[in-house]
Design a protein around this ligand. Structure first.
Ligand code: F6P
Length: 344
């Protein structure tokens, strides 16, 4: 009886980076090599490496010592191969992807990324190639999973920043406005807002009105609470050309006379070492992706539902967003403790 040929898989990391990417690469690689004798290739800079055939072979040695590292050892990009761009000339990217996949003799491609990455992965599956998606993003907005890795680290960083704002806000009796990332979703603002004891939390999913925000600040001053912390998601609706935090700070100063200062946390939320929770989640996702490939399950995204690993077809994930439900239990809890979402 002839021995079954070991599988050959490719990995890429695409979209904005986040803590935990290397833990996921390591989780895939170690499981694939140690447990299943697979060969593992890593494409450089997301889908760009797949289009231009830039890759490295990942052996156990390359996977050692990367668990705690931020960023991605493979690099990433926002390349969208199925979007026709003026600068691409006559390059047919989907065709190149198929050609390179076949040339390398891949059995499956693992795409680690957020919504955009999952959309592209679903399109690659439609080309007839085998794909598995792993959901990552600090924004936690990938549909079909309870949580993405990267989110816990971002929340931890944002929470620490809020903690530090409390003391300086108190000393100066100011309103401190902190803007956190999240794209169109308010997950980071909601979680860090609760963990950091924000007085007002503004998220895109709950429409705020500025009068209500200002009223809350004034009320706090009347109640002899001399400072306020306002946690603002970057995706809230503000006038064009304004950043969320600067707009809110400007309005508070103008309408209440309370001195307001803004902080935009920016890319600090995406950098550095992952939290223990993200290391574990990314490792679980990575190892699970290798396991499902070993048993021949393709064209799905790995997910966590009720703390259990699961899979969901990429075709179901594509084009959907996981946004905060305005009636989310955390929103209700915050409200019941007097936190304002600017909509009262
Ligand atoms: O999706 C992650 C994220 O950090 C968002 O929170 C943010 O809006 C965006 O990426 C920033 O993108 P870029 O890396 O292209 O500046």
């Amino acid at each position: 009886m002839s021995e079954k040929k070991a599988k050959r898989i490719g990995i890429l990391t695409a979209g904005g980076d986040c803590p935990g990417l290397n833990a996921a690469i390591r989780g895939i690689g170690k499981t694939a090599i140690v447990n299943h004798g697979m060969e593992v290739l890593g494409f450089v800079s997301g889908y760009t490496g797949l289009i231009h055939l830039e890759y490295v072979e990942l052996k156990e040695q390359q996977l050692s010592g990367i668990l705690t590292l931020g960023g991605t050892i493979l690099g990433t990009s926002r390349e969208k191969p199925f979007k026709i761009s003026q600068t691409d000339g006559n390059i047919n990217k989907p065709e190149l992807i198929k050609e390179n996949y076949d040339k390398l003799g891949l059995d499956c491609l693992i795409c680690i990324g957020g919504n955009g990455t999952m959309k592209t992965a679903a399109k690659i599956a439609e080309l007839g190639l085998n794909v598995v998606g792993i959901p990552k993003t600090i924004d936690n907005d990938v549909w079909g999973t309870d949580i993405t890795f990267g989110f816990d680290s971002a929340v931890a960083i944002a929470t620490e920043a809020i903690d530090r704002l409390h003391t300086t806000a108190n000393s100066h009796q100011r309103a401190m406005i902190i803007e956190v990332m999240g794209h169109d979703a308010g997950w980071i603002a909601l979680y860090a807002g609760m963990a950091g004891g924000g007085d007002i939390i503004l998220i895109p999913e709950i429409e705020f009105n500025i009068r209500s925000v200002c009223k809350k600040i004034e009320k706090r001053f009347e109640e002899k609470k001399p400072y306020s912390i306002v946690v603002v998601a970057e995706g809230i609706k503000v006038p064009e050309n304004k950043h969320a935090a600067s707009y809110i700070a400007e309005c508070i100063t103008n309408y209440t006379g309370v001195e307001a200062r803004e902080t935009r946390l920016g890319y600090l939320q995406r950098g550095g070492s992952p939290t223990a929770m993200d290391r574990i989640l990314a490792t679980r996702y990575g190892a699970y992706a290798a396991e499902i490939i070993a048993r021949g399950e393709y064209n799905v995204m790995v997910a966590l539902r009720d703390n259990k690993l699961a899979t969901i077809p990429l075709s179901e994930v594509e084009g959907k967003l996981n946004l905060v439900n305005p009636h989310h239990p955390l929103v209700k809890k915050c409200r019941s403790m007097g936190v304002s979402f600017g909509d009262e």
